[in-house]
Design a protein around this ligand. Structure first.
Ligand SMILES: [Zn+2]
Length: 254
């Protein structure tokens, strides 16, 4: 490879996208070529500055790929063009524009993402540890009163044992900045965690269905309660369970 080829790959290298031999050859070239070393250093400083000025941003995947496309387009992949670092600077300006433009979207998406993370983390913690339930009972008339005095609301607790989703128990948890009720239901060897809190606390937003690390999460807000349901159960059965929950809720509300 010649200088021009290396120069054209500098931003890919800076993004950590060169692997193995390519990365080693680039490192060797940077030691030998003052022009590329300077360009690389300018890019590094610019990246660091942008990171420092945009601390709260964790770019969602589609934003990252848009940015990457913009950078690629602006940097140009034709090796013969001179001074690729100027095109990189232009691309950085494009990036700042995109970032500012999507700031608000990203902001609310981050809030919803935070709830998804909390719900999932709590579910996994409960499964791995010994703390799946504070009150272990298949009887809704034992589980529901247990929350009295422990929460400022009285969560609806149902038993779907006859439909193949027996109640396991309940526990206190903390999600979206407040105490919430967590109810555990079973389905064969799977555990379904149901997190709920009064809808009047404000919507957490977020997509109605998320799959992460092999866990499925369903989310909806009823007039009274906001629900997050999480399990490694198949999405069809989890959907069926959620429909039972919604039905029971709307029947109880009448
Ligand atoms: Zn060079």
């Amino acid at each position: 490879m010649k200088h021009d080829d290396f120069a054209a790959q500098l931003d890919a290298y800076g993004d950590g996208e060169l692997m193995g031999n390519e990365a080693r050859e680039m490192e060797r070239h940077l030691r030998e070529c003052a022009a590329c070393a300077r360009a690389h250093e300018r890019q590094r400083v610019l990246r660091a500055t942008m990171r420092a000025q945009l601390p709260a941003l964790t770019a969602p995947r589609e934003l990252r790929s848009r940015v990457r496309l913009a950078l690629r387009a602006a940097a140009g992949v034709t090796p013969a063009r001179p001074r690729p670092e100027w095109r990189w600077l232009a691309a950085a300006a494009v990036l700042v524009g995109i970032v500012v433009g999507t700031w608000k979207i990203t902001d609310s998406r981050d809030a919803a993402n935070a709830v998804v993370d909390e719900v999932l983390a709590s579910h996994v913690r409960a499964l791995m540890g010994t703390h799946l339930t504070d009150v272990a009972s298949t009887d809704q008339h034992t589980v529901k009163p247990w929350f009295n005095g422990r929460l400022d609301f009285s969560p609806p607790v149902y038993d779907f044992a006859g439909l193949g989703y027996p109640l396991i128990g309940g526990r206190l948890d903390y999600v979206a900045g407040g105490p919430v009720a967590a109810l555990a239901y079973g389905r064969r060897q799977h555990v379904i965690d149901v997190f709920l809190w009064p809808t009047q606390r404000g919507s957490t937003g977020g997509p109605p269905a998320v799959t992460r690390q092999g866990y499925h999460m369903l989310h909806w807000s009823a007039p009274d309660y906001t629900y997050w349901v999480v399990s490694d159960l198949g999405v069809t059965e989890l959907g069926e369970f959620s429909r039972l929950l919604r039905q029971a809720d709307s029947t109880a509300a009448r």
